[in-house]
Design a protein around this ligand. Structure first.
Ligand code: NDP
Length: 292
């Protein structure tokens, strides 16, 4: 099975590393070519000179780029080179409307498409235990399973094209809300003189706990270590997609709207390279208190 993997970023590279052995023949491409060459050297696979060259004889093309905009742009370069009968699996956390456009574009050339964003972070990608949320025709999702199983543990078809992106966006909105609300709660408790480690210990044994309070806060906020495995800029983008979805449906969704505004402000304040959990630094600054 010939696979072309386009986009060896923080999560793309460890995902691609599971496709380097039989029955897969992997070709990689990355915008910054040095990363593709280093990956190819480490895993003994081919780094294509160009994106069209990478996809030219692929059975499966996988994209893992920042957003659907970059996928759509790249598609303009590679569309003619993807063999008819092949499939594009887009693991980008994308937006449903653009994914539907992409699927329609590709269908004209007899190329199948599924959106297949992932969750589980870089650790999950390295371990091959990601959750993969798929949108597409049943037979297309089924066909992609052998590829998705290399890096995914829980693989779910959420509905037609765009449904995977939609579920991912809502998951990210919940993540953003959990991070910000836990940050506010700990800032308020710090103001009252309660140590954050004590507060977190109690909350993590109580009903207010979340993945953010159990894992992200102890490691990143209390540890003052922000490893930048998942950029705040990407979470801002994701919550923006969730907001687009609720706006498109004319739904009153104050939490999602507020999360979108707050994460956009935090992104503006902390810049493109900040880690997603660093948003808590903005809460600390506004509250004039340190969570530690
Ligand atoms: P990174 O920023 O680490 O990597 C982005 C990748 O996209 C790089 O390979 C980059 O190339 C490439 N790229 C950026 N712009 C363009 C462009 N215009 N044309 C072609 N290639 C481009 O992002 P991640 O790997 O963290 O994220 C990728 C996707 O996965 C995003 O949609 C993100 O939301 C999602 N995701 C990420 C998770 C994580 O923990 N990191 C978890 C779950 C989902 P270059 O090397 O040249 O910059």
């Amino acid at each position: 099975m010939k696979v072309a993997f386009l986009g060896l970023g923080a999560i793309g590279a460890p995902m691609a590393s599971h496709l380097t052995t039989d029955p897969f023949t992997l070709t990689v491409w990355n915008r910054t070519r040095e990363k593709a060459v280093a990956f190819a050297g480490e895993h003994k696979v081919v780094a294509a000179e160009s994106a069209p060259e990478a996809v030219t004889d692929a059975d499966f093309v996988i994209t893992c780029l920042p957003s659907s905009r970059e996928v759509s742009q790249l598609l303009s370069e590679i569309e003619e080179s993807i063999p008819s009968g092949a499939m594009l699996i887009d693991c980008t956390s994308g937006d449903p409307a653009t994914s539907r456009d992409i699927a329609a574009r590709l269908e004209k050339r007899d190329v199948a498409f599924i959106d297949a964003p992932v969750s589980g972070g870089v650790k999950g990608a390295v371990a091959g235990t990601l959750t993969v949320m798929c949108g597409g025709k049943k037979q297309n999702v089924q066909r992609a399973i052998p590829v998705l199983q290399t890096f995914g543990k829980k693989i779910v078809r959420c509905g037609d094209v765009g449904a995977g992106d939609a579920v991912k966006a809502m998951n990210q909105a919940l993540l953003a809300i959990h991070i910000w609300s836990a940050g506010e709660a700990l800032a308020a408790l710090a103001k009252l003189g309660v140590e954050s480690s004590v507060a977190l210990d109690v909350i993590n044994g109580s009903s207010g706990r979340s993945n953010s309070s159990e894992n992200l806060f102890p490691e990143r906020v209390l540890g003052r270590k922000y490893p930048r495995t998942f950029k705040l800029a990407l979470l801002d983008k994701d919550v923006g997609i969730a907001k687009q979805i609720v706006d498109g449906e004319n739904l009153e969704s104050p939490f999602i709207e507020l999360a979108s505004r707050l994460f956009s402000e935090a992104h503006g304040e902390l810049g493109d390279e900040a880690d997603h959990v660093e948003a808590v630094r903005v809460i600390e600054k506004r509250a004039e208190v340190r969570i530690s």
